[in-house]
Write a protein that binds this ligand. Structure first.
Ligand SMILES: NCc1[nH]cc(CCC(=O)O)c1CC(=O)O
Length: 306
């Protein structure tokens, strides 16, 4: 049996790029697929910071509903936007091979201000994680909210009197809008699953499950699962000051995780290297270590601030 697979996607240029990528990969496997753009609440209100909207999975909810209604057959997301707990009846069908993982600073004129200890820079980001990490490193700097899709955020940076704004490299590079005035933040540990694209489908849809299985990149699926286990075991959600990155080198998983207080005054780090055979528990164990070393208090503080 063959049918046309309806791929639900958000309407931003980045979301469309990611959905088209899944479409191309499905077509290369002999499947037929069509894009179905769907508006998400996260794209309609472009002003309120996500942590104030307070809805889990703001970017994924509309697509989840369309999927469960049968309006679409699969949905494509940035995995870092997907809550660690998927809705009942929806499963992770495929994680594509990972793209760029790091965060970038897009700066206005130059980056010499980063070396000037007394300079009070104005930096834009609405991510609680990036704010916390930035303040940990530059406690005197002023942070400004910056919402919207990648293109709107770049435009806003151009119009405002800020020194720079923080973006995921993946978001800018995929749609070819990374400015020359940008530098990789090698010290900033990324969000769990940053740079990875996921496609979900209905649990009872064997046709799409099989189609997506061929697209699943096993190393990326393993690394992002470890990173998301760490996130889930600490506190779940996608608007948290939690960072994690796992890579595979010479048959071993190298993991780094961080939990930061909201204002950046406390930062807990953990690192682990495990053989692939025992990789499954890395994320959960790293979270335990963090919680036992004062992380429980930071998590309680973060929850109280909501
Ligand atoms: N939260 C928005 C979001 N979700 C995924 C990406 C980019 C792609 C990725 O990080 O995987 C972005 C933009 C950004 O963080 O700058």
């Amino acid at each position: 049996m063959s049918k046309e697979i309806k791929i639900g996607t958000r309407e931003s240029q980045l979301a469309l790029w990611q959905a088209n990528k899944v479409k191309d990969l499905l077509e290369a496997q002999g499947y037929t697929a069509v894009l179905v753009p769907i508006k998400s609440e996260g794209d309609i209100d472009l002003v309120t910071p996500l942590y104030e909207i307070g809805v889990q999975g703001i970017f994924t909810k509309s697509l989840d509903i369309a999927l469960l209604n049968g309006k679409i057959d699969i949905a494509v997301h940035s995995l870092k936007d997907v809550p660690t707990q998927l809705p009942t009846g929806i499963i992770q069908g495929a994680v594509l091979e990972r793209g760029p993982v790091k965060d970038l600073l897009v700066y206005k004129t130059d980056t010499t201000f980063l070396e000037q200890p007394d300079y009070i820079a104005n930096i834009a980001t609405s991510s609680v994680r990036r704010k916390a990490q930035w303040l940990h490193k530059f406690p005197l700097h002023h942070l400004h909210n910056l919402r919207g899709n990648v293109n709107t955020r770049l435009q806003k940076l151009a119009n405002e009197n800020w020194d720079g704004a923080i973006f995921a490299a993946a978001g800018l590079e995929r749609i070819n809008v990374r400015p020359a005035t940008s530098v990789e933040l090698d010290w900033m540990l990324p969000a769990p699953a940053q740079g990875a694209v996921v496609s979900v489908c209905r649990e009872n849809d064997d046709y799409c499950r099989q189609a997506l299985e061929a697209l699943n990149d096993i190393p990326t699926a393993l690394c992002t699962r470890i990173e998301r286990d760490f996130l889930r075991a600490l506190m779940g959600g996608c608007t948290t000051p939690i960072s994690a990155h796992a890579t595979i080198k010479d048959g071993k998983v190298h993991f780094n995780g961080e939990l930061c207080s909201l204002n950046g005054d406390k930062l807990l780090k953990t690192a682990a290297i495990s053989p692939l055979e025992t990789a499954a528990e890395i994320g959960n164990n790293a979270a335990k270590t963090i919680l036992q070393n004062g992380g429980d208090e930071i998590v309680a503080q973060i929850k109280n601030a909501r």
